[in-house]
Design a protein around this ligand. Sequence first.
Ligand SMILES: O=C(CO)COP(=O)(O)O
Length: 123
Amino acid sequence: MKIAVIAHDGMKAEMVGFLRENEDKLVGAELVATGTTGSHAEKGGLKVHKFLSGPMGGDAQIATLVAEKKLDLVLFFRDPLGKHAHEPDIQMLMRLCDVHNIPLATNPAGAQLLLDGLYGKSK
Ligand SMILES: O=C(CO)COP(=O)(O)O
């Protein structure tokens, strides 16, 4: 299972907490991330392959993996109250998830349902 994890700044702490809480489920998974999200995840003790930071093309790199069907799941904790210079890249990533029918969660509740559905509920 190859999973992309991405979080906007206001959601990064929540993403790290989410990943740590679900560490038992993710033990066999390969994680990839946009750069800064990946650095936060590493500081939280997780192993992750980092791409460029989102505004520098990281979302686009992950979108490429989606288009090539090299990802099984995208967890993208968006900040719905923030403005982003790279909004076109964000839209592209989400659109390509739909084009290629790759499961996408854009908030923690949706991500939890996806992981529980894949691995079962642990609590
Ligand atoms: O901007 C992002 C998603 O659109 C996330 O990028 P970073 O993880 O590099 O902050």
